[in-house]
Each structure stands twice: as C-alpha cells, then as structure tokens.
Design a protein around this ligand. Structure first.
Ligand SMILES: [Ca+2]
Ligand SMILES: [Ca+2]
Length: 393
C-alpha cells in the first residue's frame, strides 16, 4: 500500500517573481534604486493594464501586459503578467511640480506629483512607460451587454482601493482624461467614477500619484452578462512603483484554503462572509460544501465539482478491482485525502486503505488526478464500498 503523498510547493520570495516594467527610452533601465535580488527589468515603452474574462470562475482577472517590448533590438510578442507578478515604475525624472493652471485635484501649487501621461505623447525624457487600459481578454461575442444600437459589449473600471505600502500617509491617486470629464479618483474628486471600455478594446487615462512609494491599486472591473442580466465583477490589484519598486515585507501571502477562497470569491464581502465562503457553506447549492469544492477542484459558485470521486473498475496483476478516481489539491500540508474501503457499510471505521495506481496526472498547477483501487480484489470480496475521506486540520 502506498501512503498518500502531498507535495509541498516551494515558497518563492515575492521579489524573485516580479518583473519591473520600465520605458525603454534611453537611460530608463539605469534607474535602479537599489532593489533586492531577483527583480527583473523589462524595458517596455507601452504597457497596458489588461483585463481578462475567466468564464470558468465567472470573474475578471488581469494584470500588466507588454504591448511594445524590445529585447536586444527585437520586438517581443505581448506578455501578460498576473496582477502580482509585475510592477510598472515611475522614476524620479517623472516627478513634476503642480502649476497654478493644473486642476485642483493635483494638489497645492508647487507640490510634487508623478504622472503616467497616457493621453499625451510617450515621453522621451521621463522614462515612464506609456500606460493604457485594455480588455483584450474580454470576448466581444455577445457575452456582455452593449449600449444602445451597438453590438459591442462593455466592461466598466473603477477604483476599489488605493494603498501606499511603503508610505501609508501618501496614498493619493487619480486617473483622469485630458478633458477631465472622467476621473477615477480615490478619495473624493470624481466627475465620473467609472471608465467604460469596449470588450476587446483599449482606453487611455492619465494616472497621477501624489507621493513616492510602492502602491497597490485595486481596480474593480464589472460587466453584465447578456444571457442572464447578472452583473459579474472581479478585483485586480496591481503594483505601481513611484521612485521605488521594493515591495515592503509584510504578512505572508495567503496559502491553502485562504488563497483559494480569495481567488474563488471575487468580491470582498463574499470572501469575508463565512456563510458564503466558509468551509461548510455551499453557495452554489450543488451538495458539495466549499471544503469539498476546494479538495476536489470545484468552483464554489458553479454547480458541479470537476474532480469529485468517481467509481470505476480496473485490472491489476490479473485481478479485477473496484477503484476510485478523483482530482486532489496539491501543496496544502494541512489538507489530506484518504481512500478507504469496507465490505460492511455498518462499520465504524473503513479499515481498507486504497492502493494508488501509478503517479498522479497534473490538472493545472494546483491539482492532480489520481486513481486508487481497493486493497482486496473483487474475487476475494464480492461486496465492497469505497470513499475518499477529506481531512483539514
Ligand atoms: Ca458547492
Ligand atoms: Ca460547485
């Protein structure tokens, strides 16, 4: 019999996974404010904050996407980074002072501001990347409602939260267009707090920061499903380094069930509500509580569980066996699944342990499909029952 082996994924340091996106204007890549080891500089004059629709989880995800990246004189295809895998950087040369003619939300005259000039020309002197907003990962096929006679679906951006991780006192952030008709603002000044965008489209917005530091700006993107009229949304937290791209050390990122919960329940109230996202809740009413959804690769908001245990028959060593196939979560040291069998349903303990057949087959990054047979062949025990016991410490 083989014991059930849970593989532990190595925890990588945050900095080692992060690409720092800077303009490739001459001198841009010289702006190294002494960051930790492992950060990689990616010269990219045009970067989009690109949103992607995830139909399996009925939510939006996204992150920075290089649109015009050059390496050794060769133009590279676009690279989309997960939200926590890239930082766009504004060096000190992007700092300017508020003029009397600037809009009032710039702050008091003479104060420092940093701007990504997305609605103007790409700058050859400030070395900041030209930053657009895009929805290239949102299908324009009738999934989302449109406006008026247009057949093109829409999504809508707003600012959910702004944090300056290295200088919490300086968290002012604004997004605005040159006409000032639209302003993603936090807090306060907001003629319009949403940026509408065509599905598979692109938009422009200047981003203004009022203090140096490492910012995490969490955008909320929403859309309305044309088929049902239901609103769906997702939170996209992205990092902006303003004269600083070092992410301060802080609480360890969520792992295990907590990480799955945050990824599975897109809105903060759901993730914080144990009646929706707790281990025993069953918000999609499919009979599998969230622990089972987590253990067996389910989506807690869509009925059904992709990797739930299935009975099957197999032959091993010339003998026929009852067997069970399921997808199990990897990398969680306090979650275990045990395949058990018994010939007597009234038994208090199911004493037979399943025997794993071969190695697991990877299902995405977090799950593997495994097959266990009963310890006793059908010939030796004509009546048998099998189950998978899930235990979370
Ligand atoms: Ca469920
Ligand atoms: Ca489900």
């Amino acid at each position: 019999m083989l014991p059930i082996a849970l593989s532990l994924l190595p925890m990588a340091l945050l900095g080692q996974e992060i690409r720092v996106l800077v303009s490739d204007a001459p001198g841009a890549s010289d702006y190294h404010p002494g960051v930790g080891e492992g950060y990689l500089i990616r010269p990219a004059p045009h970067v989009d904050l690109n949103v992607v629709w995830d139909p399996a989880f009925q939510t939006f995800r996204g992150g920075f996407r290089t649109d015009d990246e050059w390496m050794n004189g060769v133009k590279q295809p676009p690279t989309q980074y997960d939200a926590d895998k890239a930082v766009v950087f504004l060096p000190s040369t992007s700092r300017s002072q508020v003029l009397d003619s600037d809009p009032e939300f710039f702050g008091s005259q003479g104060g420092d501001v940093w701007i990504f000039p997305s609605t103007g020309q790409e700058s050859a002197t400030t070395f900041s990347p030209y930053l657009g907003f895009s929805a290239y990962g949102v299908p324009n096929n009738g999934t989302f409602t449109s406006v008026g006679t247009s057949t093109t679906g829409r999504v809508y951006w707003s600012v959910h939260a702004v944090e300056n991780l290295s200088n919490p006192a300086a968290n002012e952030f604004y997004g605005y267009d040159n006409s000032l008709a639209l302003c993603l603002a936090h807090p306060g000044y907001q003629p319009s707090a949403e940026l509408p965008m065509l599905a598979n489209g692109h938009g422009h917005l200047n981003l203004l920061f009022q203090g140096p530091g490492m910012y995490r700006v969490t955008f909320r993107v929403r859309g309305i499903l044309a088929a049902t009229g239901r609103e769906v949304s997702g939170l996209i937290p992205v990092y902006f380094g303003v004269e600083n791209w070092q992410i301060p050390s802080g609480p360890a990122p969520a792992t295990g069930y907590e990480a799955w919960k945050l990824a599975s329940f897109s809105s903060s109230p759901q993730a914080a509500d144990p009646l929706v996202s707790g281990l025993n809740a069953d918000p999609d009413g499919d009979g599998a509580n969230n622990l089972m959804e987590y253990a067996f690769n389910g989506n807690p908001l869509i009925p059904g569980v992709a990797g739930k245990p299935q009975m099957e028959n197999l032959t091993d060593g010339g003998q026929e066996y009852l067997a069970i196939r399921y997808q199990r979560r990897k990398g969680d040291s306090i979650l275990s699944t045990t395949v058990e069998s018994t010939a007597d349903l009234s038994a208090v303990t199911w004493s037979g342990l399943g025997v794993q057949m071969g190695a697991g087959t990877a299902v995405g990054a977090d799950y593997e499909e495994v097959v266990y047979r009963a310890p006793v062949s059908k010939a030796d025990a004509p009546k048998q029952f099998m189950r998978v016991r899930v235990l979370k410490e």
